[in-house]
Ligand binder design. Structure first.
Ligand code: ADP
Ligand code: MG
Length: 482
């Protein structure tokens, strides 16, 4: 009897029950009851088992924590071609309010170390042949790497992001045809740069299905370039990027100090720009404040529009929370939402992190979501996510301590107090960041690593020998850690 005949006879209920009995042996009882009991099997068709989960949050949780075991039991029950699909209840008041999503193990994923999409098929990697060396191929298939949930619909507008959002929207409607080219979006972490970049890409794909859109992180871009050099494929690499209609490149600050990659990016940028293609760049700093970049590249970043994203105000935070909660289909009292919006002021990622912790706590322990639970979770959550200390932050603290401006500190002046403030910045940067001496030097008025080393020694000496100095240094240290 062939395998497919057996499949037809298989019943989704039996298959899922078999899966459950294996899962039960491998997951503790509490988690099993929370995450697997509520699942219903829906159907088995073409070797795809569809299971229904109660909410989007539930789906995320399964994918994050249980995908390995799910993959194994599906393979065991349905063979290597077997697949899993979720049906997510998005609106519990309507019978048909569900959304279908394939499990990670049968989704197409992008291999960040090559610039070719690969198919992950139950653990077997099949590489699609390099698209630009196939002779006579007219159209290339590029995996855009876009995340569906990072859409404009899910991006809440507020005064903190209005300019960047509307510029992004305009660009998505007329890629390459507005004066916002490049569109340069900058902000601190967790304020929506990556989300906005995907939103632009998704909207372009939606309106102009023929346009080639690519989202890429600068880290991926660098890695691909390094690999291309190693394998003598730098030309292919460049040609590949020159075929893109809308290039969305995230976290460009990572190109700092990478001269060779900047050089090839410069050529790709020029080619795309001259040919009316759209470029959108994000960065943690404005083009004016970026360091370690060639001037010709910085000047191009300023050709179009630079727009920043600010920390959201209270109303925007509430709106963002409500949108997420609605999408996840979970009940949340208003007073808890207000409390969260009041107490979390750093960025949107932290806000979402706290939301997820509260939801997880409440569903794991079957606790109602109350103000008390939220307070407990936020206390715990905000304490554990200690803020990352950056060189820029250290610079700000030291400058404000001495009442100096950032320009003065970066100017070539040899005035003793300023030299000392600069040395303190280097010393604390060495103490609190993972950056190399060379990188620290670059961020502190373009000094070399020997200067930084000398600065650290000098400050250590002063701390050991000069009591007044030590008191000042301790004060600054406290402020940095605050
Ligand atoms: P960044 O790239 O600036 O570090 P992200 O784009 O990763 O920030 O955003 C962090 C999280 O906050 C993401 O989950 C994103 O969906 C969410 N987020 C940011 N801005 C908004 C917004 N305006 N509306 C809804 N969600 C947002
Ligand atoms: Mg980002």
């Amino acid at each position: 009897m062939s395998e497919s005949i057996v499949d037809i006879k298989k019943n989704h209920v039996t298959v899922w029950n078999n899966c459950l009995s294996v899962i039960k042996d491998n997951v503790d009882a509490e988690n099993f009851n929370t995450w697997f009991k509520p699942i219903k099997s829906v159907k088995l068709e073409n070797n795809i088992l569809t299971i229904q989960v109660p909410s989007h949050f539930f789906f995320d949780w399964l994918e994050e924590h249980y995908i390995d075991i799910l993959r194994k039991v599906i393979r065991h029950e349905l063979g290597s071609e077997g697949k899993l699909e979720y049906s997510i209840v998005i609106d519990s008041t309507h019978e048909n309010g569900t959304m279908r999503v394939p499990a990670t193990n049968n989704r197409e994923v992008y291999n960040p170390t090559t610039y070719m999409p690969i198919n992950i098929n139950n653990g077997r990697n099949e590489t699609i042949p390099n698209p630009f060396i196939i002779p006579g191929l007219k159209k290339i298939q590029v995996n855009s790497q876009l995340v569906e949930s990072y859409s404009f619909d899910n991006f809440v507008e507020g005064s903190c992001n209005r300019l960047a959002r509307s510029a992004g929207y305009a660009v998505a409607n007329q890629p390459g045809k507005t004066s916002f080219n490049p569109l340069f979006i900058y902000s601190n972490v967790g304020l929506g740069k990556t989300h906005l970049l995907h939103a632009i890409g998704l909207r372009v794909k939606n309106q102009f299905p023929d346009k080639i859109v690519l989202y890429v992180t600068t880290e991926q871009f660098i890695q691909q370039f390094v690999d291309a050099i190693k394998t003598n494929n730098a030309n292919d690499f460049q040609h590949f990027y020159e075929m893109i209609d809308v290039l969305l490149i995230d976290d460009i600050q990572s190109l700092s100090g990478k001269e060779k990659t900047q050089d090839i990016f410069f050529h790709i940028f020029n080619y795309l720009h001259q040919n009316g293609k759209q470029i959108v760049i994000t960065s943690d700093k404005s083009p004016i404040d970026l360091v370690g970049f060639e001037q010709r590249l910085l000047s191009r970043f300023k050709w179009g529009l630079s727009a920043d994203l600010q920390v959201p105000d209270f109303e925007t935070k509430v709106a963002i929370l409500k949108k997420r909660i609605y999408n996840d289909g979970i009940e949340f009292p208003d007073e808890v939402i207000d409390y969260m919006a009041y107490s979390i002021n750093s960025n949107i990622r932290e806000l979402e992190g706290a939301l997820i912790s509260i939801m997880a706590q409440s569903s794991l322990n079957k606790k109602e979501i109350t103000l008390d639970l939220a307070k407990q979770m936020i206390d715990k959550y905000v304490k554990v996510t200690s803020r990352e200390i950056t060189i820029d932050y250290i610079q700000k603290v030291v400058c404000s301590h001495f009442g100096l401006s950032i320009e003065t500190i970066n100017s070539p002046t040899r005035h003793r107090e300023i030299v000392q403030a600069r040395q303190l910045i280097m010393y604390f940067a060495k103490k609190y960041t993972k950056y190399s001496l060379a990188t620290i030097g670059m961020h502190c008025g373009n000094k070399d690593h020997a200067t930084v080393l000398h600065a650290c020694k000098t400050i250590n000496n002063l701390i050991d020998t000069d009591k007044q100095f030590r008191i000042q240094a301790e004060k600054i240290d406290k402020k940095i850690k605050m």
